[in-house]
Design a protein around this ligand. Structure first.
Ligand code: F6R
Length: 276
């Protein structure tokens, strides 16, 4: 049945593990539990966080675990995936502000726990290099959360980004600016054209990559990511190069997967201790 599918098994895992969940809340809970488990073993873990709408259920579920005492996140550290160029840090839609609101404050962390690129630096190239260096000096990202663009971008590595790229400035596609206008009063003119994003090579250095995708609008990108060839035209397909990459999708985002039944079967029969 899978004769034509080039699966690579490493450490007993398929190259990308796909977990199909009922809805966004269930995906958020599953991933928050993986983060909590990481923090129980490594209290000062460096958590790589993404912005956008998709990860919000993860952050809510993790904050609930902290509130209930199920996990202590007081020593957690947080690293930013990407940032708009030119938005002052205090702008409500700078990703630094968004992450302060959605992640740091709910987890009870202060800004000392946070590292991110400087989107207002005069020398953007130096700021990008400095951020890659800061990530390495922090010991590397333990678990990197990712969303996915409708065009398959991760971070803001738009189609045809180098799969070996480092943190750098990128120009957003018109589609991504249209998608993000909802955070800027629906006004595309307010959406910056440029971002600093961790490169795909930088992202691949995290120890565990966890991508959450929800909604039918992501179904084509998800199918290309896990069942298509590794190709820069779908930047997220680079996850296939990583020894520990997990893609969590709701039913709608899974709707174009040819191997959905296989993914359901392998996850249902996985040993409990293995986690994601
Ligand atoms: C943002 C980021 C982007 C988003 C993607 C999906 O930090 O990394 O790749 O994850 O644009 O955005 P949403 O979740 O809003 O659909």
């Amino acid at each position: 049945m899978f004769g034509c599918v080039p699966f690579i098994f490493q450490n007993g895992r398929p190259s990308v593990e796909v977990v199909i969940v009922s809805d966004a809340k269930a995906g958020g809970e599953l991933i928050a539990e993986a983060m909590a488990e990481l923090l129980r073993h490594k209290p000062d873990a460096l958590l790589g966080v993404a912005t956008g709408s998709t990860p919000l259920p993860i952050y809510q579920a993790l904050a609930a675990k902290v509130d209930s005492g199920a996990v202590d996140a007081s020593r957690a550290r947080v690293a930013q995936l990407d940032e708009y160029v030119g938005l002052p840090a205090e702008h409500p839609e700078s990703y630094r502000s968004v992450l302060r609101r959605e992640v740091l404050e709910p987890l009870g962390l202060d800004v000392d726990a946070f590292i991110g690129p400087d989107g207002t630096a005069e020398d953007v190239r130096a700021a990008c290099e400095a951020y890659d260096k800061a990530l390495a000096e922090a010991g590397g990202v333990d678990l990197q959360l990712l969303g996915i663009g409708t065009d398959g971008h991760i971070g803001f590595n738009e189609p045809c980004s180098s799969l070996a790229s480092r943190t750098r400035i990128k120009t957003l596609t018109e589609q991504t600016r249209v998608d993000n206008a909802r955070f800027f009063e629906g006004d595309i003119e307010q959406v910056p054209h440029h971002v600093i994003t961790q490169g795909i090579g930088t992202i691949l250095e995290a120890r565990h990559l966890v991508l959450l995708a929800t909604g039918e609008g992501k179904a084509d990108a998800v199918a290309a990511t896990v069942e298509g060839p590794i190709a820069a035209v779908c930047p997220a397909s680079a996850l296939q190069l990583h020894p520990h990459a997990t893609v969590v999708v709701d039913e709608a985002a899974a709707s174009k997967l040819k191997l959905a039944d296989y993914f359901r079967h392998t996850y249902a029969n996985k040993p409990d201790w293995q986690g994601i």
